[in-house]
Write a protein that binds this ligand. Structure first.
Ligand SMILES: [Fe+2]
Ligand SMILES: [Fe+2]
Length: 187
């Protein structure tokens, strides 16, 4: 595996994150990070995007969150900087690093920015798809943090709405039935 070192780094950090944030070690990796990477690579194939940029960006896209959830609001900005540090040390070109940084900066649903490259769209769509695919994981996460049913419901509903809103038109079409089904059962 070409980027095994980065997979190991993020998986390990996700397990540390799970110890304080989730009911089960491996939850964040299995139900968010790995699905985002897989979705992103599937989309890269579909759209003819640069798979290296997409894969590395997807691996690192929530790195800042995993290090400290207090970074949540700026995790796209901080994550881009953290990825840059790692990639510079490993000798990647500045052009490659800049493209990865843009994917990480633009992956968030709550900070909708104009997306300029197909690689950025792959990572943002993959992230949004994962939220719809793993809605049970989102509910378990919030419940574990002690939220009451209504607060948990409202968090998940907002997250799903934002995720759907940021999807590109093709992916929106693909995910529409699932989106409507999820929304129909949330309060
Ligand atoms: Fe994120
Ligand atoms: Fe994410």
């Amino acid at each position: 595996m070409k980027y095994k070192k980065y997979y190991d780094l993020i998986k390990e950090q996700a397990e540390i994150f799970d110890k304080t944030q989730n009911c089960k070690i491996g939850q964040t990796w299995d139900y968010h990070l790995l699905p985002v990477i897989k979705n992103a690579l599937m989309l890269a194939d579909k759209y003819g995007a640069d798979k290296d940029i997409v894969e590395v960006s997807a691996i690192f896209h929530d790195y800042a969150d995993l290090l400290d959830f207090a970074n949540r609001e700026n995790h796209h900005i901080l994550g881009a900087e953290l990825a840059e540090g790692v990639l510079m040390q490993d000798g990647f070109s500045q052009d490659f690093i800049d493209k990865v940084k843009r994917c990480i900066l633009n992956h968030r649903a709550s900070v909708v920015r104009e997306k300029f490259s197909i690689e950025e769209i792959c990572v943002a769509d993959a992230d949004a798809m994962s939220h719809l695919d793993s809605v049970v994981e989102l509910i378990c996460w919030r419940a574990y943090l002690g939220e009451d049913i209504q607060t948990c419901n409202d968090f998940v509903k907002t997250k799903i709405k934002k995720s759907y809103a940021k999807m590109s038109p093709q992916i929106k079409e693909m995910m529409r039935d699932k989106y409507e089904s999820i929304m129909s059962i949330l309060l």
